[in-house]
Design a binder for this molecule. Structure first.
Ligand code: NAP
Ligand code: MG
Length: 404
């Protein structure tokens, strides 16, 4: 069989620990035999981030901006313990944060579904993709304790003019106060990323906030989304047969629980933080969750939502075989290659990526999986078998081979 050709490279961001090991195995077993892989490679391992003073992360972000599609392996975010372990000269920032800031992007978390791995909400038969605005609100607030007898005011100065708004008079009791903000530019980028991703996926977009109570702050979000939709996306949405729908956060929560899934839910920063953890848990497993960074200008970076699976890595170093689940990392690759194929107009690459996803899911559905999934797998007539990562990758390759 001729290998599938690529026109433009994907930006490949290698990472750390167990996921770095699996990264190479996925390429060896599932990609190289079938695809003439073109990639522009950046080594984001902590060792190389230290060696390059983190320049490699900035270069990788610039490459995604230039080429349009990146695929990223999980990376260590340094903490005090990692400083010692890797003799770091600085506590380098999370690469995900650096790349997100460079591309001004929004992260979409997307569960991978397979029969036998059932969501805790039985009605959910399709994925619910969550988009979290990653700037401002309570994450960039200022807070103060206000003693009894004090007064808190919001003061806004503009061109010498001063506007004061009373927050509270602490007459009967002391208390607390908080000031937070957001930026039109950031909200607009968030909205654009959401609309772009809904078009890419062909899925409805929901956006929720609390604009009835927060009639200026949250209302600003609602207005900017609507402006962007009307000005730049309405026609394309209608053509695709998808809808944009705004609702109150409490109504959204109720609708989500009753829904069948199959839509994108855009949330403000705090709502997205909380709701994404709830959805990830309810869909079954962190190892079955992918994450896509989408920039307002339509650049994409795909990765697994989980970390570098440190404990498995130390077992691997001792020579033990581990059953680390590679599915989210496989889907990072298929997401990136599929997008590359769509942008380049290379249907063979798109088809390969789709068949690899199908082969992966069907392997699980037929009873072959890693231990983490065996623990939650329930399907009539199928007795699950736990495999090591390598055995599982070869099972997938057998199916893929037949399908291709
Ligand atoms: P983690 O790597 O996601 O692992 C947490 C635990 O979840 C694992 O110990 C394992 O449980 C289970 N798990 C996660 N992924 C799995 C998989 N694919 N297959 C099987 N089990 C899986 O999170 P962490 O231990 O909090 O973080 C480890 C490192 O990853 C940290 O240095 C952190 O900075 C980094 N991190 C990176 C990213 C990213 O790059 N996007 C995201 C999160 C964390 P058992 O050990 O019980 O089997
Ligand atoms: Mg959280």
């Amino acid at each position: 069989m001729d290998k599938i050709k690529m026109l433009t490279p994907v930006v490949e961001l290698d990472g750390d620990e167990m996921t770095r090991v699996i990264w190479q195995w996925i390429k060896d077993v599932l990609i190289f035999p079938y695809v003439d892989l073109k990639s522009e490679y950046y080594d984001l391992s902590l060792v190389n981030r230290e060696a390059t003073k983190d320049q490699v992360t900035k270069d990788a972000a610039a490459a995604i901006d230039r080429l349009g599609v990146g695929v990223k392996c999980a990376t260590i975010t340094p903490n005090a313990q990692r400083m010692t372990e890797y003799s770091l000269s600085s506590m380098w920032k999370s690469p995900n944060g650096t790349i997100r800031a460079a591309l001004d992007g929004t992260v979409f978390r997307e569960p991978i579904m397979a029969s036998g791995i059932s969501p805790l909400v039985p009605a959910w038969t399709s994925p619910i993709i969550i988009a979290r605005h990653a700037y401002g609100d309570v994450y960039k607030d200022v807070e103060a304790l206000c003693p009894k007898g004090s007064k808190a005011e919001l003061v806004i100065t503009s061109e010498g003019e001063e506007k004061r708004i009373l927050i509270a008079d602490y007459v009967k009791s002391g208390g607390v106060a908080l000031g937070m903000h957001n930026l039109d530019s950031s909200i607009r980028s968030f909205a654009k990323s959401c609309f772009n991703y809904a078009l890419t996926k062909g899925l409805d977009l929901w956006f929720s906030s609390k604009d009835t109570i927060s009639a200026t702050y949250d209302h600003r979000f609602k207005d900017i989304f609507q402006e962007e939709y009307d000005a730049n996306y309405k026609a394309a949405f209608e053509e695709k047969g998808i809808t944009y729908f705004y609702t109150l956060i409490d109504d959204a929560v109720a609708r989500v629980m009753r829904s069948k899934g199959g839509f994108i839910w855009a949330c403000k920063n705090y709502d997205g933080d909380v709701m994404s953890d709830m959805l990830a848990t309810a869909f079954g497993s962190l190892a079955m969750m992918t994450s896509v960074l989408v920039s307002p200008s339509g650049k994409f970076e795909f990765e697994a939502a989980h970390g570098t699976v440190t404990r498995h890595y130390y077992r691997h170093l001792k020579g033990e075989s581990t059953g680390t689940n590679p599915i989210a990392t496989i889907f990072a690759w298929t997401g990136g290659l599929k997008k590359r194929g769509e942008l380049d107009g290379t249907p063979d690459l798109v088809r390969y990526a789709e068949l690899l996803e199908k082969a992966t899911i069907e392997t699980v559905e037929s009873g072959y999986m890693t231990g983490d999934l065996k623990a939650i797998f329930k399907k009539d007539g199928v007795e699950p078998v736990a495999l090591t990562t390598m055995e599982f990758l070869h099972k997938i390759a057998e199916r893929l081979e037949k399908a291709l």
